[in-house]
Ligand binder design. Structure first.
Ligand code: GZL
Length: 337
C-alpha cells in the first residue's frame, strides 16, 4: 500500500500536471488593445486667401464683356484672393486654350472659363481634369461632355431669344419681315438666342436675312450698311433682332446715315447695357432683353466650394428680365453696366 507521504507527492504531481495542461490549452491572453489613435484631422478648410483662380477672358468686344471683366477683377480684389490669373484672348479660342494650358502648368486651384465658342474644348478640359483642376464654365456654354467640367454659371440664352421673339411679335402685330444681326458665329450666346428666337417668332413674320456682327459695333455697322443696300426699310423689313447692344449701336449709325428715323424700324436688342438704355431713350430700341454680366460673386463663391470639395449645382442660371423705353430714363442712373 502507498504511504501517506507518497500519496501526497502523487497528488501534488497530478495537480501540477493539470496546471500545465490548463496553461497549454488556455487561449492566449488577448493582445493589449492598441493605444487609441486620434481621429484623422479634418483637412483645414481653404479660404479665399489660399485661392489662385485662372480667368482666360475671351476678349473686350463689348460693354457687356467690359462689365464682366470688371466684376471678376473687383470681386477678386474685394475677397483678397491669393492670385487672379487674368488674360484677354481677343475673341480667339486658340488664345483661350493657350492661357488655360499655362494655368494648368502653374497648378492653379480653379479655372473659370468664359468660352468664346461652344465647340473644341474637350482636349484642354480633359487636361485640366487629369491635373485635378476643376473648371467652371462662365457665361456662354460649351458642347463638351458635362463630366469634363464642374459647373456652368450664366444666362439661359435660348430663353433670351424667346423673350426677344415675344417682343417682336407684339411690335409687328404678328406679321411682316425682319433682319437679324447675330453674335459671334458658333458662340453659345448667338446659337441659343437664334434658336429661342426662331422657336417663338410668329410664323407670319419672315426672317429676310441674318448676318453676324461678331458682337461688336465696328463689325455690325458695315453689315447694316450692306442690309440697307439690299432691303428697303419699312417696305422690305419692319424690324431687326440684334443679339447685343453694341451691335445695335453700330447698326443705328448706319440707319441714321441712310435717313431712317428712330422708331420707323422696330428694334429688339439684348444685354441691357447703359448704351442700350440710351438707345431706348432716343427711340431706336423698342425693347432690350437683359443679359447680366455681373457674375463675379457667384464664380468665386463656387470656386471656394470646389476647393473645399463641397458639392455645387451643375448649372446656375441668372434671373433676367426685359427692359422697355418707358422706364429707361428712370432706370438709367441705376444701371451697373
Ligand atoms: C452673353 C455674352 C455676350 C453678350 C455680348 O452672355 O457672352 O457676349 O451678349 C458679349 O455683349 O460680347
Amino acid at each position: 500500500m502507498f504511504s501517506t507521504k507518497r500519496l501526497v507527492s502523487y497528488a501534488v504531481l497530478f495537480m501540477a500536471l493539470l496546471v500545465v495542461i490548463a496553461a497549454c490549452a488556455a487561449p492566449a491572453a488577448p493582445a493589449p488593445a492598441p493605444a487609441a489613435t486620434a481621429a484623422p484631422q479634418a483637412a483645414a478648410q481653404k479660404t479665399y486667401k489660399d485661392m489662385t483662380l485662372c480667368y482666360p477672358q475671351l476678349g473686350a468686344e463689348s460693354d457687356w464683356r467690359t462689365a464682366n471683366t470688371a466684376s471678376i477683377k473687383e470681386t477678386a480684389a474685394k475677397l483678397g484672393i491669393k492670385q487672379l490669373v487674368f488674360s484677354d484672348a481677343q475673341q480667339k479660342q486658340e488664345n483661350q486654350i493657350s492661357a488655360m494650358r499655362a494655368c494648368i502648368q502653374q497648378g492653379v486651384d480653379v479655372i473659370a472659363l468664359p468660352p468664346v465658342v461652344e465647340d473644341g474644348w474637350e482636349a484642354v478640359l480633359t487636361e485640366a481634369k487629369n491635373a485635378k483642376i476643376p473648371v467652371i464654365i462662365v457665361d456662354r456654354s460649351v458642347s463638351a461632355d458635362p463630366s469634363l467640367y464642374a459647373a456652368h454659371i450664366g444666362s439661359d440664352m435660348a430663353l433670351e431669344g424667346k423673350r426677344a421673339a415675344a417682343e417682336m411679335n407684339k411690335l409687328l402685330n404678328n406679321q411682316g419681315a425682319i433682319l437679324e444681326l447675330s453674335g459671334t458665329t458658333g458662340s453659345g450666346a448667338a446659337v441659343g438666342r437664334a434658336k429661342g428666337f426662331r422657336e417663338d417668332l410668329n410664323s407670319n413674320i419672315k426672317i429676310l436675312d441674318s448676318q453676324t456682327g461678331n458682337f461688336t459695333r465696328a463689325e455690325a455697322k458695315p453689315v447694316m450698311e450692306a442690309f440697307l443696300k439690299k432691303y428697303k426699310p419699312g417696305t422690305d423689313f419692319q424690324g431687326i433682332f440684334i443679339h447685343n447692344d453694341d451691335m445695335g449701336i453700330g447698326a443705328i449709325e448706319a440707319l441714321k446715315a441712310a435717313g431712317v428715323k428712330p422708331g420707323e424700324i422696330k428694334i429688339v436688342s439684348v444685354d441691357g447695357t447703359r448704351g442700350g438704355f440710351q438707345a431706348m431713350i432716343d427711340g431706336w430700341f423698342q425693347a432690350d432683353v437683359e443679359c447680366n454680366p455681373l457674375l463675379g460673386p457667384q464664380v468665386f463663391e463656387m470656386a471656394l466650394k470646389l476647393m473645399n470639395g463641397q458639392p455645387v449645382d451643375k448649372n446656375v442660371l441668372t434671373n433676367e428680365t426685359v427692359y422697355y423705353p418707358d422706364k429707361a430714363q428712370e432706370l438709367l442712373p441705376t444701371r451697373q453696366y
